[in-house]
Design a protein around this ligand. Sequence first.
Ligand SMILES: [Zn+2]
Ligand SMILES: [Zn+2]
Length: 226
Amino acid sequence: MEHKHEEILEAVLCASECGKYALEDVRKYCCVDFSDEDVSELERQGLLVRGEGKILFSREGKAHAEKIMRRHRLAEVLLKSILKLKNSEMEKIACEVEHALLPEVEESICTLLGHPEICPDGKPIPKGPCCHAGQRTISNTVVGLDELQPGEKGTITYIKPGSHSNLQQLISLGLNPGTVVTVHRKTPAFCIKYEQTELALDDEIAKNIFVWKVLGEEGRATEARA
Ligand SMILES: [Zn+2]
Ligand SMILES: [Zn+2]
């Protein structure tokens, strides 16, 4: 979904928290400009319903808006409490971060922060699955590539330099931070797959490639089919 449309849904939710539903109210709460056509587009997608001068959510639209709001307010808590940003900077950055947070990262941040229920200005943060489960530990941090099991995926975050002479070679093979790799098998040789490539790696090298483990049904389902 376009960022602008996410911002509109967020603004509709913000306005409705204050008991306001008119288009002008939504505009006041929205950090981007939008046209009537944008609202109509969201109506066509079945997320918003317009009637009697009010803009209301469909059930699906509300669920969607709560997810965006959750990421936005979690980002605010993170920026304020851990990164100690000033309020004036926080709002703008939170608005950027909310569009970029992957679900697995969002859960880890929520758990790290202790499942906060309100944001720095006292507004409620919609709960996520991690909050309902009362998760205490982050299951999804960065691990060595060698810790993944066959079929598991990870996004490369960091390759430890100096641990081997062929770091440049790895990078030239496309093993850059951001690349998603799947462990193909571990015996007889450690073998990974990424993009169109299959590559055998020395165990020592696998240990020095750090990945953010990609969780979720989707990842597993794709693997099962592969
Ligand atoms: Zn926003
Ligand atoms: Zn949580």
